[in-house]
Design a binder for this molecule. Structure first.
Ligand code: NAD
Ligand code: IPM
Ligand code: MN
Length: 352
């Protein structure tokens, strides 16, 4: 496996530094891989004017199997142009339709919901990752501003089919989060595709819910839900709620995945089929202090190993993280005192 590592901005490089020994360990276990670190992010843009050139994009697409990503976002670039050109472009142009964001809290004390234990919560977000309001240029006269959202049958089908398949595999309920009551065209299309797929997945208990009501129900009875499918925007919001269920932004992991049968590949899939990143951003409020929690980044490496088919290696990483947390390893966001480096060491202690 060839991995392109893009640490990015803020705490991105701090948490990604703690993932490199995980790659080295896995290689020591006989997993064949190499990686190269790319400088793309705010500093690189401010120094060179390059966000992500077409040449680099094609290099990542054709010469790497996976991208390990930190975070992008920098107060010196308030319009977030480089984030759009790097992260959003990679998701969109690599056709990484699914943003997969699992939520299985590891410890009861991490769950902020009254009377709910970690064992009751097994949620998985399938967020559409290439469309919605993220991908079209809006406009503004200053007084009036417009953003536009696009939803295509082909992207929505890819996402929903993947979500149905996961629900089937895990024997979990599937809920589509939507606002078709107001977004009649876009979310109307989601509803139609959802209804069309339901008969194909008769063993899956599937339901569509208004996203606002779903958020309320998720907080009140998270154990009733399993796989949650949503468009790009609603999926983004649900992701951070579920990060809170797991103990906060520092713990949540995610992958961005290509779908093998995606018609947009026209039968010729790209080499790069996944981008793996913690759910959190660059956290400018704590960047440079060495206190960020690297768990979300390390758990994203586990998702990358799993995607590569290295299930046992992925499990060992997850078990090591879970064991360290259980033994009380904690950065400040978890109420502890460990800095990023010590936390990284503790989370990796079970890698033998
Ligand atoms: P954020 O996720 O960066 O931070 C939200 C809060 O969580 C902050 O208080 C932060 O300190 C805390 N936090 C986040 N990660 C943490 C960690 N690993 N350990 C401990 N605490 C952690 O979200 P934001 O503040 O809304 O955004 C900051 C910047 O990051 C913005 O520019 C935003 O656009 C960008 N962003 C990028 C990504 C990404 O690259 N995937 C994701 C989200 C936000
Ligand atoms: C995320 C982030 C990004 C998103 C931003 C930084 C563009 O919030 O990965 O969840 O909204 O997708
Ligand atoms: Mn987000």
């Amino acid at each position: 496996m060839r991995i392109a590592v893009i640490p990015g901005d803020g705490i991105g490089p701090e948490v990604i530094a703690e993932t490199i020994p995980v790659l080295e360990w896995a290689r020591g276990q006989g997993r064949q891989m190499d990686w190269l670190v790319f400088p793309h992010g705010a500093d690189h843009f401010l120094n060179t004017g390059e966000t992500l050139s077409n040449r680099t994009f094609m290099h990542l697409r054709d010469d790497y199997d996976a991208i390990l990503f930190g975070a992008v976002g920098d107060p010196r670039i308030p319009d977030g142009r480089h984030a759009e050109d790097i992260l959003l472009r990679l998701r969109k142009d690599l056709l990484l339709r699914v943003n997969y964001r699992p939520c299985s809290p590891m410890l009861d004390v991490h769950v902020p919901l009254k009377g709910v234990s970690a064992a009751e919560i097994h949620l998985e977000v399938f967020r559409e990752n290439t469309e919605g309001p993220y991908c079209l240029k809006g406009e503004s006269s200053g007084q009036t501003a417009m953003d536009f959202a696009i939803h295509t049958q082909s992207a929505v089908s890819c996402l929903l089919r993947a979500a149905f398949q996961q629900a089937e595999k895990h024997n979990a309920p599937l809920t589509l989060a939507h606002k078709a009551n107001v977004l009649k065209h876009g979310h109307g299309l989601w509803m139609r595709v959802f209804r069309e797929l339901q008969p194909e997945f008769q063993t899956v208990q599937s339901n569509a819910m208004h996203a606002d009501a779903l958020l309320c129900a998720l907080v009140q009875r998270p154990g009733d839900f399993g796989v949650i499918a949503a468009d790009n925007f609603i999926g983004d919001l649900i992701s951070d709620l579920l990060a809170a269920f797991q103990g906060g932004m520092g713990l949540a992991a995610s992958s961005n995945l290509a779908i093998a049968g995606d018609p947009a590949f026209k039968g010729r899939p790209f080499r790069c089929t996944g981008l793996f990143e913690p759910v959190h951003g660059s956290a400018p409020d704590i960047a440079g202090k060495g206190i960020a929690n690297p768990a979300g980044a390390i758990l994203s490496v586990a998702l990358m190993f799993r995607h590569q088919g290295w299930e046992e290696t992925a499990k060992t990483v997850e078990t090591s993280v879970a064991q360290a947390l259980k033994e009380g390893a904690a950065t400040r966001d978890l109420g502890g005192r460990l800095n990023t480096k010590k936390m990284g060491q503790a989370l990796r202690a079970g890698l033998h």
